[in-house]
Design a protein around this ligand. Structure first.
Ligand SMILES: [Fe+2]
Length: 278
């Protein structure tokens, strides 16, 4: 006897499941900005800074993709964490300098030691070696006009000589990254917080002394499928796609999923990363 062409209950349930999965990944999770908490113990307890030092770390703003009011809400949530220092991991724009005016809410970021940033590949307006500085220079000028200290292969000492070095590395995909120049003059034994858009641009060089690398760029792979996401995207985007990783005896890395909304995300919620170091 010929079977009816109507789908059975089981098929309807499968369809419903996949529909909900798609709604979750395209609508809910990309817009579900969460606050995550991590702590790292490497400062040694002899510094002049608070114990712990609270870092609010945001990355991958991609302001051209965001709706009006979104960044204001992000800034309110960052300030609500009462950070000692705010770090921005690059890719503040999506594609060109016409987006810069929309970064104005960043001027309200409030932290004891201030706000620091590095630039990412999108801030150069072109992906890959050979990008000129034109767009990135405008991004840097805008961020600095908002009171943000942009570190392009340079460092600052936070909390005096018994504090820690904050080292900012320029963008790797644009071939402007130079960790050694950024860290020049920082004593090996001094604890280091290394801010880079792409974690891989410093992983090889950061082995001297206690340190923590903070990076973004990967959006945690956007769709997290165990083993597969890392295998497919890792070679192009980063040896660490998201979360914590120990690189050697005294160096760890944390790669944030970034805060950008829109697009697709599955098990990679956009995040404000609150990181306590002591
Ligand atoms: Fe990026």
């Amino acid at each position: 006897m010929k079977e009816s062409g109507k789908p059975g209950l089981k098929n309807w349930l499968f369809l419903l499941f996949y529909f909900l999965l798609v709604v979750y990944a395209l609508v809910y999770e990309p817009n579900n900005l969460i606050v995550t908490h991590e702590s790292f113990d490497f400062l040694g307890g002899t510094n002049d800074t608070p114990n712990p030092v609270r870092i609010a770390f945001i990355s991958d703003i991609h302001i051209g993709l965001q709706r009006n009011g979104w960044l204001d809400a992000v800034v309110d949530r960052v300030n609500g964490q009462e950070p000692d220092i705010v770090l921005i991991g690059g890719d503040v724009i999506e594609s060109d300098a016409s987006e810069l005016e929309r970064l104005a809410p960043l001027a309200r970021l409030n932290a004891t030691y201030g706000t620091f940033a590095v630039v990412g590949n999108h801030d150069y307006g072109l992906w890959g070696c050979g990008a000129t500085n034109t767009t990135a220079d405008k991004v840097v000028a805008k961020l600095e006009s908002l009171g943000i200290d942009v570190l392009r292969n340079e460092h600052r000492i936070i909390g005096g000589n018994s504090g820690f070095a904050l080292i900012g590395v320029d963008d790797e995909w644009s071939c402007y990254d130079d960790y050694r120049a950024a860290a020049a003059g920082v004593p090996d034994a001094m604890p280091k917080v290394i801010l880079a858009h792409n974690q891989d641009s410093v992983a090889q060089d950061a082995a001297s002394g206690p340190g923590l690398i903070l990076a973004g760029h990967t959006h945690c792979g956007l769709v997290r499928v165990p083993f597969i996401t890392q295998a497919v995207l890792g070679p192009g985007f980063g040896s660490v796609l998201g979360g914590r990783a120990r690189l050697d005896d005294d160096t760890e890395a944390y790669v944030t999923c970034g805060i950008t909304g829109g697009g697709i995300r599955f098990l990679t919620s956009p995040e404000i990363s609150v990181i306590d170091i002591k």
